[in-house]
Design a protein around this ligand. Structure first.
Ligand SMILES: [Zn+2]
Length: 469
């Protein structure tokens, strides 16, 4: 299929240019002024074309719990989350659709779903998410969330000696499950990519990390994990390894140019040097870090050290939305308070590059997507510059990133296929999705999590919060 977008504004060095963009065989075939119209002609007048952004870290099924979890730090928030996690693949399908719709309508063309698996229905869970992403047409990177230690092991022990229950599945069985998932679902040619995604040092053994590295090498797949999201995890790493989590992960071979790491809030300068040296990618999830009180990731230091950084929304229960433009805005201006030297602050154009090229690089697909370049796949977004939120006319990218764009996405293409037109997703019926989400949920405010009650006293003790004995 081929098409030509005519008279569209595109960013160029130092400004903008009006040009035509031609697409043939799913790829950008030409960008120039006054090109001969090939295939369908699309009028790009008063519109801005940008490469699609990557929602580089989320957990789609958390959508079922957005807005309901009280203000709690990660270690207690996650207990509440686990107590009420969906147990039905159809719900997984619907929340994956919902995550994709919100990502597309806020400038994203790719999503990294660190997918929570339903125990006993692991492959069915992955199949449900794959079905959703295939139907809607977003480029998907699915990292089934795996661990091999039970939830209580994720907190530092402090002075106490706690016996942790064994995890529901052995490390070996989990790795076998991942290998079957890879064989069944990893199909980059149709936009479905599998990642090896152990949840993080807090709940994973070395054997699990090393098994993932091995599978990643054998199948040429990317690695993904949470890293030092909270100060409790930093403390835990010292207890567990006697060195920093980053030093340990480097030692066991988990840090590579194909590795992306969500959060990275509690790293020392020596850890940052290791991320730079191993060419690992940091995924910044500013809204989640604020919502859970995790801290402010040292993003400006990463950039100065040459570490690749991209943006994620994180799951909708710690955000509580999937608006990528909102995450990019917050993740850009938040750091102005961390460094007096304004020359280090992130400019709107740098934000766009981080969200597109940075996202692609972290997934080892920078040769294929992430910029408006002839030969790359046609994954891009057309913004309506006559939208009220993008008026009056100033610097389009400045306003898109620093403003509060609403109804600004006009069209989205992924792999050369148009999946949003006139601001509406065209591949699925969003009204049906709304109905399903409505019918399968209820208004509620008085939920009680049994697990939070069980672990709160210990958490307050190890974090030295008032009221512990
Ligand atoms: Zn996460």
């Amino acid at each position: 299929m081929s098409f030509t977008i005519q008279n569209v504004l595109i960013p160029v060095e130092g400004g903008y240019e009006t040009a035509d963009v031609q697409v043939a065989d799913n790829c950008i075939s030409a960008i120039a002024q006054n090109l001969e119209a090939v295939g369908t002609v699309i009028d790009g007048t008063n519109k801005l074309l940008l490469p699609g952004f990557v929602n580089a870290h989320t957990h789609s099924s958390e959508m079922w719990q957005r807005g309901i979890i009280p203000p709690l730090p990660l270690e207690l928030w996650i207990a509440e989350l686990y107590d009420f996690t969906p147990l039905d693949p159809e719900q997984v399908y619907l929340s994956a659709l919902g995550t994709a719709v919100e990502t597309l309508l806020s400038g994203g063309t790719s999503v990294v779903d660190h997918l929570v698996l339903i125990p006993g229905q692991e492959l069915e869970t992955i199949a449900a998410a794959v079905r959703a992403y295939q139907e809607i047409g977003i480029r998907a990177f699915i990292g089934p969330l795996i661990q091999d230690e039970s939830l209580t092991a994720g907190m530092p022990a402090g002075d106490s000696t706690i016996e942790h229950r064994a995890y529901i599945r052995s490390t070996k069985a989990t790795l076998e499950l991942m290998e079957s998932a890879i064989k069944q679902f990893h199909k980059p040619e149709i936009g479905v990519n599998m990642l090896l995604a152990p949840t993080g040092i807090q709940l994973c053994s070395d054997a699990l990390f090393e098994g993932c590295v091995d599978l990643g090498d054998r199948y040429n797949l990317c690695l993904h994990a949470h890293l030092l999201e909270t100060s409790a995890q930093k403390q835990l790493a010292q207890e567990k390894y006697g060195c920093s989590a980053v030093e340990h992960l480097q030692k066991i071979g988990f840090l590579t140019p194909r590795t992306s790491l969500a959060h990275c809030v509690w790293l020392e300068d020596s850890d940052i040097a290791i991320l730079a040296e191993t060419e690992s990618t940091v995924v910044h999830n500013p809204l989640s870090n604020l919502r859970l009180g995790s801290g402010i990731a040292p993003i400006l230091k990463y950039r100065q050290a040459g570490v690749n950084v991209s943006f994620g929304c994180d799951g909708a229960a710690s955000n509580d939305s999937q608006d990528l433009l909102e995450a990019i805005k917050m993740g850009s201006i938040l750091h102005n308070i961390t460094d007096l030297d304004y020359r280090h602050w992130i400019t709107p154009r740098q934000s766009v590059a981080m969200a597109s090229q940075g996202g692609a690089k972290g997934l080892n697909v920078a040769e294929e997507i992430g910029s408006l370049t002839v030969g790359k796949k046609a994954d891009f977004v057309l913004y309506d510059l006559t939208s009220l939120s993008l008026l009056p006319r100033t610097d389009p990218i400045g306003l898109l990133i620093l403003g509060r764009p609403t109804n600004a996405v006009n069209s989205v293409w992924v792999n050369g296929k148009q999946i949003v037109a006139e601001g509406k997703v065209t591949t699925i019926d969003v009204d049906d999705l709304r109905r399903e989400l409505f019918d399968r949920s209820e208004w509620s405010s008085q939920r009680q999590s049994p697990m939070v009650g069980e672990i709160e006293a210990h958490y307050r003790q190890v974090m030295k919060l008032p009221g512990y004995s």
